[in-house]
Design a protein around this ligand. Structure first.
Ligand SMILES: Cc1ncc(COP(=O)(O)O)c(C=O)c1O
Length: 391
């Protein structure tokens, strides 16, 4: 019903992913005809219902100040119930300006300079930026690899909690960069440890909508994580390709935590939503689900294609099976070249722009990350160029 193979011209839309000047500033001298498989932005247009909704707003022609009106809350409550089987109370929801900036405000709200925030590494690097930019320390808690899959190290975790007493645990569920989905029993263990050591559990569920293999369990699931020290951050930005709208929301069941969080937002004047941002959530959550289901099927096919291509052409590399998202995480420690050498070489010689894992706070330096949220055509072209330039 939706044509995800259709190539969308993106060089003119000024997105970072496809902008030659921006890409050269990050990856050196990249040829003009490059293929970008880096930043987590997909090459598909958003669901038709979102585009039609925006057209109606544009044609109406008034873009005045708006507020968090009831349709927004109804859309979030309905979406969370339908997709993740969780019951969210309207009062728990706060509209925010992007998950990344909300991570910063969360640190501002609950930490003092000199405190620490725990995170499982490797992890999405803005987790560390949100921490360090507030004068707060990153407490890295490395994930263990068993059978090419990440596991939490609970003994190490308890040791770190005991000795460092972090204020927050930034928990990425599902995990970026690997796509690992955490099971209910794992989340329960994380939550129990947070309770025992008086840590606030801040869960980023931004990657929850692209489930390729397995079942996502929200931390808000009844009987899963304790609710009195829980902050869930999410947005429709990954799922529906709306990142440029910079709109997200938090779900905080506990009223005291919520109040403190909202005070910080108010101090920073995070109060009145972007009109396209709030409507984007409503249109996507209420009318974009058939599109999302079909997209997930397409992404699943891309993940399989990429896994096969890597096994065939780069047999030394080991790709983790992506359970969610559209990001492949590939161990290249057996390669004669480092991940950084490989990414520089592919970007500058083959014109294929992928990321090396050294950006992911720590423990990612032997990995490549490839974004497969694109038309199969671009993946095939990229693999073809990479294997021709690989020696
Ligand atoms: C784990 C994670 N959180 C947050 C974001 C960004 O979310 P937002 O667009 O809502 O700021 C990303 C984007 O890649 C991500 O991977």
């Amino acid at each position: 019903m939706f044509d995800f193979d259709k190539i969308i011209e993106r060089k003119s839309d000024k997105c970072r992913k496809w902008d030659h000047a921006f890409v050269c500033s990050r990856f050196g001298d990249v040829p003009q005809d490059f293929i970008p498989l880096w930043i987590a932005d997909m090459d598909f247009t958003s669901p038709p219902a979102v585009i039609e909704g925006f057209k109606r707003i544009v044609e109406h022609g008034t873009f005045g100040y708006t507020w968090s009106f009831d349709e927004f809350y109804a859309a979030v409550i309905g979406f969370q119930r339908q997709r993740h089987a969780v019951e969210v109370d309207k009062s728990w929801i706060t509209l925010t300006y992007g998950t990344v900036s909300t991570l910063h405000y969360t640190v501002q709200a609950f930490c003092q300079p000199g405190d620490s925030v725990m995170m499982n590494t490797p992890v999405y690097d803005p987790f560390a930026m949100a921490t360090e930019r507030q004068g707060v320390q990153v407490l890295a808690n490395p994930l263990r690899v068993t059978d090419n899959r990440y596991q939490l190290d609970l003994d190490l975790t308890e040791h770190l909690l005991k000795t460092h007493r972090p204020k927050l645990w930034f928990f990425c569920s599902p995990h970026n960069p690997s796509g690992r989905i955490w099971r209910a029993d794992e989340i329960r263990q994380v939550s129990d440890l947070c309770q025992r050591y008086a840590v606030i559990l801040v869960v980023d569920e931004v990657h929850a909508e692209h489930i390729l293999d397995g079942k996502f369990v929200s931390c808000l699931t009844s009987g899963c994580a304790a609710q009195d020290n829980l902050i869930v951050l999410t947005s429709p930005n990954k799922a529906f390709n709306l990142g440029g709208l910079k709109t997200s929301y938090s779900i905080i069941p506990d009223s005291a935590l919520r109040q403190r969080f909202r005070q910080t937002l108010e101090k920073n004047s995070i109060t009145s939503p972007n009109i396209f941002g709030i409507w984007g959530i409503i249109f996507a959550y209420q009318q974009g689900l058939a599109w999302l289901d079909e997209l997930n099927g397409y992404l699943h096919g891309n993940a399989r294609y990429l896994a096969d291509a890597i096994q065939t052409h780069f047999p030394h590399w080991k790709m983790m099976a992506p359970e969610s998202s559209y990001l492949a995480w590939i161990d290249v420690s057996a390669d004669a070249h480092s991940a950084t050498e490989l990414t520089n070489h592919f970007a500058q010689q083959a014109g294929v722009v992928i990321e090396d894992g050294s950006h992911y706070v720590q423990d990612g330096q032997n990995y490549l990350r490839i974004n497969f949220g694109t038309q199969r055509y671009w993946l095939e072209q990229a693999i073809d160029r990479m294997q021709k330039h690989y020696s």
